[in-house]
Design a protein around this ligand. Structure first.
Ligand code: ACO
Length: 338
C-alpha cells in the first residue's frame, strides 16, 4: 500500500502588503527585508480567518482531486493560529465543507505542521483505518505578531494550503470500495518519511499562551507575541534540514540527483540557499513562494506545492522532497513520487 497526493489547493488573503508598505509604518526598508530574507510582499488577513482560508484551500484541493467532501474520512489541520481554542480549526473546516463523515482534529508542530499532519494521515491510511484524508496547513500569523517589533513582524504572512491524500494498493490501483477520482488522478506515492523534535531548544522560537489568571495567581491578561532568536533558528535550520533530507533519501533508497524539486518550508532564502549548498544540489531545484507569501509557517509547504501543481511543474513519476522545520523545535521530511 502507498499514500498518494491526489489533489492540492491553496488560499491567500486578498490584501497584499509590500515591504515598501511596511516601511511606511515602521523603521524598515525593502532593501533590509529582501536582501536578508528574499521576502518582497506577504498577504495579511482582514476579513479572512484561519478557518475561512482553510475551507477555501481544502475545497480547491477536493475539486482538484475530483472527490466530494463526504468522501473524506480524516481531516487534519496543522496550525498554531486557530481561531478558537476549541472547537479545533479542523472541526470548523469539517462544518464549512460539509465533510460529514470525517474525523477532524488539529496538530501543532509550527512550521513542520503540514508535514507532521501528512505523516499522521499516512499512518492512518497505511493501517487501513481510513482511506481518504484531507490535510491542511493554515495560519493567520499576523494576529500573533508584535507589530512594534520589526525584527519578527516583517517575516511572516497569512494563508492556507491543502492536499487530499488517498491509500492505493501495491499495483497503483485504489483500494476496493473507494470513491471515484483517485485512480485517474492518483499519481505517485509517499516513499519515505522522517521527522523529529527537540523540545530542549524550543524557546528560541516561541509564542507564550494565555497565562493563568485564576484567583490564586491573578496574572494580568496580557497578550503574548512571537519571539525569536533569529541566528539560533538559522543555525538549527541549516544543520538539521540537510541532515533530515539525507536521512529520508537514504530511507527511500533515492539519490539526491534523482530529485526534481526540493519543496522546503519558506522561512528565508538564505536558509534555502545554504541547504542547497550543503546537499550539493542546484538551487534552481528549490522553488520559492516566500517572495510573495512571506513565511506562512504550517501553510508554507502546501501553498508552494499547490502553486507548483497549478503551474504544471509536477509530472507523474517525478521524485520530490518535501521538508518542514521550525517551532518546537521540529522538523520533518518526505520523499514523494508524484
Ligand atoms: N528592518 C531594518 N532593520 C532591522 C529589521 C528590519 N525589519 N529587523 C532588525 N533590524 C536591525 C536590528 O535592529 C539590528 O540593528 P542593530 O545592529 O543596530 O542592533 C540589525 O538589523 C541586525 O539585526 P539581527 O536580528 O541581528 O538581524 P540578522 O542579520 O540576524 O537577520 C534574520 C535577521 C533575517 C531573521 C536572520 O536572523 C535569519 O535569517 N534568521 C533565520 C531564521 C528565520 O528566518 N526565522 C523565520 C521564522 S522561523 C522558521 O520559520 C523556522
Amino acid at each position: 500500500m502507498t499514500t498518494r497526493i491526489i489533489g492540492t489547493g491553496s488560499s491567500l488573503p486578498k490584501q497584499t502588503v509590500t515591504n515598501d508598505d511596511l516601511s511606511k509604518i515602521m523603521d524598515t526598508s525593502d532593501e533590509w527585508i529582501s536582501s536578508r530574507t528574499g521576502i518582497r510582499e506577504r498577504h495579511l488577513a482582514k476579513e479572512e480567518t484561519t478557518a475561512s482560508l482553510s475551507v477555501e484551500a481544502a475545497g480547491k484541493a477536493l475539486q482538484n482531486a475530483g472527490i466530494r467532501a463526504e468522501e473524506v474520512d480524516l481531516l487534519i489541520v496543522a496550525t498554531i493560529t486557530g481561531d478558537y481554542v476549541t472547537p479545533s480549526t479542523a472541526c470548523e473546516v469539517q462544518a464549512g465543507l460539509g465533510a460529514s463523515r470525517a474525523v477532524a482534529f488539529d496538530i501543532n508542530a509550527a512550521c513542520s505542521g503540514f508535514m507532521f499532519a501528512l505523516h499522521t494521515a499516512h499512518a492512518y491510511l497505511q493501517t487501513g483505518i481510513y482511506r481518504t484524508a484531507l490535510v491542511v496547513g493554515a495560519e493567520t500569523l499576523s494576529k500573533i505578531m508584535d507589530w512594534s517589533d520589526r525584527s519578527t513582524c516583517v517575516l511572516f504572512g497569512d494563508g492556507a494550503g491543502a492536499a487530499v491524500v488517498r491509500a492505493f494498493g501495491e499495483d497503483g490501483t485504489e483500494k476496493e470500495g473507494m470513491g471515484k477520482g483517485g485512480s485517474e488522478k492518483g499519481c505517485g506515492g509517499l516513499l519515505a518519511f522522517e521527522q523529529g523534535s527537540d523540545g530542549f531548544r524550543g524557546k528560541v522560537l516561541a509564542c507564550e499562551g494565555r497565562k493563568n489568571h485564576n484567583p490564586l495567581v491573578q496574572n494580568p491578561l496580557v497578550p503574548s507575541y512571537v519571539g525569536m532568536d533569529g541566528q539560533e533558528v538559522y543555525k538549527f535550520a541549516v544543520s538539521t534540514v540537510p541532515a533530515s533530507i539525507l536521512r529520508v533519501l537514504d530511507r527511500a533508497g533515492v539519490d539526491a540527483g534523482e530529485i526534481k524539486y526540493f519543496v522546503l518550508h519558506q522561512a528565508n532564502i538564505r536558509i534555502i540557499q545554504s541547504v542547497a549548498k550543503r546537499l550539493k544540489a542546484d538551487v534552481g531545484k528549490f522553488p520559492l513562494s516566500l517572495d510573495h507569501c512571506g513565511n506562512v509557517s504550517a501553510a508554507s509547504v502546501p501553498i508552494l506545492l499547490d502553486e507548483m501543481n497549478q503551474k504544471g511543474m509536477l509530472e507523474k513519476g517525478d521524485k520530490i522532497v518535501m521538508s518542514g522545520f521550525g517551532g518546537g523545535l521540529t522538523w520533518a521530511s518526505a520523499v514523494i513520487e508524484w
